[in-house]
Design a protein around this ligand. Structure first.
Ligand SMILES: C[S@@+](CC[C@H](N)C(=O)[O-])C[C@H]1O[C@@H](n2cnc3c(N)ncnc32)[C@H](O)[C@@H]1O
Length: 254
């Protein structure tokens, strides 16, 4: 029997990166249990017991609700999502590190497959855009139709050259597209996207409906407002687009 190749430093580093989605899941479960939002499914994705202490990024996670429907916010193990809209509706392509695919399929299906015309989970290393492109073609992604790419805290785990190759690939592949991302604006403009804007999360927080703010701020006592402000000012949400079909994507804003 062939000997298994020894683990390298990069295997260990990749494992640590993959573990970040478990941290995110644990924080989301905690936030959901406190009533920040309703997520009946998150419990099924948590491998470890909920933390005893409050996660530091809980309130900042709440802001990421802006990206989704507040009753279905389970984004566990989500690395990057591609929504591809055609006349019959959306197809969702979920792009994940291969081991994360195994975990998610074990959780939501019978452990072997997830079969749907509208939902496709693909194991892919986003640093390898050639293989990524081949896989998406195999799964019939049509780059000619309007597409939304969504990734939260993913590019930051890749080298700058690798992140920029991914953005270049996306800009060349999709002609009418929007990319919503939780990182930098300049990177998009340097990678072939026509238009990009960014807003720091403190500004986003200030734009949340007052009723929502009053509700979430009453859930738990927060005596370190400066800490929260520093944290939110440190992160930004960025959206970039290409608009060959002239849908007016550059007009979309908060
Ligand atoms: C901090 S987590 C993001 C959590 C996610 N936004 C969520 O709410 O669950 C970082 C994610 O990036 C993914 N990731 C990082 N580098 C990747 C790569 N090269 N290919 C595929 N996924 C990658 C990790 O597997 C992990 O799921």
């Amino acid at each position: 029997m062939a000997a298994r190749p020894p683990f390298t430093d990069s295997d260990t580093a990749d494992e640590a990166v993959r573990a970040t989605c478990d941290d995110a899941t644990t924080c989301k479960r905690f936030a959901s249990s406190k009533g920040y939002w309703r997520d009946p499914y998150i419990q099924y994705f948590v491998r470890t017991k909920p933390p005893l202490s409050k996660p530091l990024i809980e309130t900042h996670s709440t802001d990421s609700l802006l990206l989704g429907d507040d009753t279905t916010t389970t984004t566990t193990h989500v690395a990057t999502v591609v929504f591809d809209q055609n006349k019959d509706g959306f197809t969702v392509y979920l792009l994940l590190f291969p081991p994360c695919v195994t975990t998610i399929i074990r959780t939501v299906a019978d452990g072997h497959s997830l079969d749907s015309d509208r939902y496709c989970i693909i194991g892919a290393d986003l640093r390898d855009v050639v293989t990524l492109d081949e896989k998406l073609k195999r799964f019939q992604l049509n780059p000619e139709i309007p597409t939304l790419l969504l990734s939260e805290c993913v590019l930051v785990y890749m080298g700058p050259g690798q992140a920029s190759s991914l953005l270049h690939w996306a800009a060349e592949t999709f002609h009418t597209a929007m990319f919503i991302n939780y990182e930098q604006k300049e990177r998009f403009l340097q990678s072939g996207w026509e238009h990009a804007e960014a807003l720091d999360m403190m500004s986003v927080y200030g734009l949340l409906p007052r009723d929502d703010l009053a509700r979430i701020e009453s859930l738990e006592f927060l005596d370190e407002k400066e800490l929260l402000q520093q944290l939110l000012q440190h992160y930004c949400i960025c959206w970039a687009n290409k608009d060959k079909l002239t849908l007016g994507l550059s007009q979309l804003s908060f």
